[in-house]
Design a protein around this ligand. Structure first.
Ligand SMILES: CC(=O)SCCNC(=O)CCNC(=O)[C@H](O)C(C)(C)COP(=O)(O)OP(=O)(O)OC[C@H]1O[C@@H](n2cnc3c(N)ncnc32)[C@H](O)[C@@H]1OP(=O)(O)O
Ligand SMILES: O=C([O-])CC(=O)C(=O)O
Length: 390
C-alpha cells in the first residue's frame, strides 16, 4: 500500500537544520520564551513575579500539576518532599565511593542519580508512563539530588555528611547540608530564587535529551540521567562555572577585564555566560541575578566581581552585540554565597530537574518516538576488502 504523496514529502523533507535551530518538535504548556522581548513565563506566570514571590516548592508544584498550590496543597507537597530527602544506605555508599575517587561533581551527580532507581519502590512495579508513580518518583529524585550533592561535597572535603532537616525548606536545607550550619535568611532566599529561575526553559538541550530518552519509553530515572549528562557541557549548564573561572583568571592577571576579553575574542574563544540560542536580548534571569550579585557584593563591602562583570557585559554588547545569559550572573551570585565553583553546574541540575520531570510527564502523556534523520554524505557501493588485503 502507498502513502499519500503529501505524507511522504513531509517525512522525507530534505531541509537541513543544524542544531535543530528553530525547529518545532512538540507542544508544551510549561514555559514560554520570547527571545526578542526578553520574556520568560512558567505556565502563564512571569519569571519576575515567581522569582520575587514563589518558593521552589511552589514552582515545582506549578510545573508538575499545572496550577499554583493552595496553602494546604503546598504544605502537603513540601512535607512529602521533606520526607523523601534521606538517601538509602546503598546510595550513600555510591556517594562515598565517588567522593573517595575524587570524581568530578557533575559526573558524580549523574551516576548517583542513575543509581537512585535501585532503591525506588516504584521503579519496577509500575508502568513506565504511570502518572502517579512518576510524580512519586519525580518527587524522590528532586528531593534526594541536593542531599547527594551536599554529602558528596562534604565527603570529598573530609567532612561527614549532614542529615537533612525536615523542618527546613528545599533551599535552606541544601545550604544547611552543604555547610553544616543554618544559613542566614538572605542566603536561603537568594538560593531559593536561583532555584526558581533555573527550573525550566523550554526545549533546552538537556530537557530535549530527557524527552528523547523518555520517548523510547525508558523510565524517568533514565531520562533525568541523560539530562544531567547533557547539562554538563560548557555550551550549556557548564558555562556557569566557566564564568567564575574566567573572572578569577581576569582578577589574578590584574588586567583590565575589557583587555582580557578582547584577547580572548582575538584568539577566537567564546566568552562563557554570553549568547543564547533563543534570546537576542539580555536574558531576563540575568537581570534578576545581576541585581542579586550587586546586592551581595554591597553587603560584603566588595563589589569587585559585580563591577568586573558589568564591564565585560558592556564590552560584549559594544564589540559583539551579544548579551549575557542566565549563567553570567549566577556565577558571581554563588561565588559570593561561598559555594565552591565546581558545584555551580550540579546546582543548576538540582533546580532544572523540576523542568526535566515536567517535560518527561508531557512526553509520556502524548508519546511518539523522537527520531530525526541525518543526510548521508558518505560513500556508497564500496566493495569489501578482505582483512589481509587492507
Ligand atoms: C543555560 C544555558 O545553556 S545558556 C548558554 C550557556 N553557554 C555559554 O554561555 C557558552 C557561550 N555561548 C555560546 O557558545 C553560544 O552563545 C551558545 C552555544 C549558547 C548558543 O550558540 P548558537 O545559538 O549555536 O549560536 P552560534 O554558535 O551560531 O553563535 C552565533 C555567533 O555568535 C558568536 N558567539 C555566540 N556566543 C558567543 C560567545 N559567548 N562569545 C563569543 N562569541 C559568541 C559565535 O561565534 C557566532 O559568530 P559567527 O557567526 O561570527 O561565527
Ligand atoms: O534554553 C537554553 O537553550 C539554555 C537553557 O537551558 C537556559 O537558558 O536555561
Amino acid at each position: 500500500m502507498f502513502f499519500p504523496l503529501s505524507v511522504n514529502l513531509y517525512v522525507m523533507s530534505e531541509e537541513l537544520r543544524p542544531g535543530l535551530e528553530g525547529v518545532l518538535v512538540a507542544e508544551s504548556e510549561l514555559s514560554y520564551i520570547d527571545g526578542e522581548a526578553g520574556k520568560l513565563v512558567y505556565r502563564g506566570y512571569a519569571i519576575e513575579d515567581l522569582a520575587r514571590e514563589a518558593s521552589y516548592e511552589e514552582v515545582l508544584y506549578l510545573l508538575w500539576h499545572g496550577e499554583l498550590p493552595t496553602t494546604a496543597q503546598l504544605e502537603r507537597f513540601s512535607d512529602e518532599m521533606a520526607t523523601q530527602r534521606s538517601l538509602a544506605p546503598g546510595t550513600m555508599d555510591v556517594v562515598r565511593e565517588l567522593a573517595d575517587q575524587r570524581e568530578e561533581p557533575m559526573a558524580a551527580l549523574r551516576t548517583i542519580t542513575s543509581s537512585l532507581s535501585a532503591a525506588d519502590e516504584d521503579a519496577d512495579e509500575t508502568a513506565v508512563t504511570d502518572l502517579e508513580a512518576n510524580l512519586r518518583k519525580g518527587k524522590r529524585i528532586t528531593a534526594k539530588m541536593p542531599t547527594a550533592l551536599a554529602a558528596f561535597k562534604r565527603l570529598r572535603d573530609g567532612d561527614g555528611p549532614v542529615d537533612p532537616d525536615p523542618e527546613m525548606d528545599h533551599a535552606e536545607n541544601f545550604l544547611y547540608m552543604l555547610n553544616g550550619e543554618v544559613p542566614d535568611a538572605v542566603l536561603s532566599e537568594t538560593f531559593d530564587m536561583a532555584l526558581v529561575l533555573h527550573a525550566d526553559h523550554g526545549l533546552n538541550a538537556s530537557t530535549f535529551s530527557a524527552m528523547v530518552t523518555a520517548s523510547t519509553l525508558a523510565d524517568i530515572h533514565a531520562a533525568v540521567t541523560s539530562a544531567i549528562g547533557t547539562l554538563s557541557g560548557s555550551l550549556h549548564g557548564g558555562a556557569n562555572a566557566n564564568v567564575m573561572r574566567m573572572l578569577k583568571e581576569v582578577d589574578d592577571s590584574a588586567m583590565n577585564p575589557v583587555d582580557w576579553v578582547d584577547d580572548a575574542l582575538d584568539r577566537g574563544e567564546r566568552v562563557a555566560g554570553f549568547g543564547h540560542r533563543v534570546y537576542d536580548v539580555k536574558d531576563p534571569r540575568a537581570k534578576i541575578l545581576g541585581g542579586k550579585s550587586e546586592e551581595l557584593g554591597e553587603a560584603a563591602g566588595d563589589t569587585r566581581w559585580y563591577e568586573m562583570s558589568v564591564a565585560i557585559e558592556e564590552y560584549m554588547a559594544e564589540q559583539k552585540g551579544i548579551p549575557p545569559n542566565v549563567d553570567f550572573y549566577s556565577a558571581t551570585t554563588y561565588y559570593q554565597m561561598g559555594i565552591p565553583i565546581d558545584l555551580y553546574t550540579p546546582i543548576f541540575a538540582i533546580s532544572r530537574v523540576g523542568g526535566w520531570i515536567a517535560h518527561v510527564l508531557e512526553q509520556y502523556e502524548d508519546n511518539r518516538l523522537i527520531r530525526p534523520r541525518a543526510r548521508y554524505v558518505g560513500e556508497l557501493d564500496r566493495s569489501y576488502p578482505p582483512l589481509a588485503e587492507r
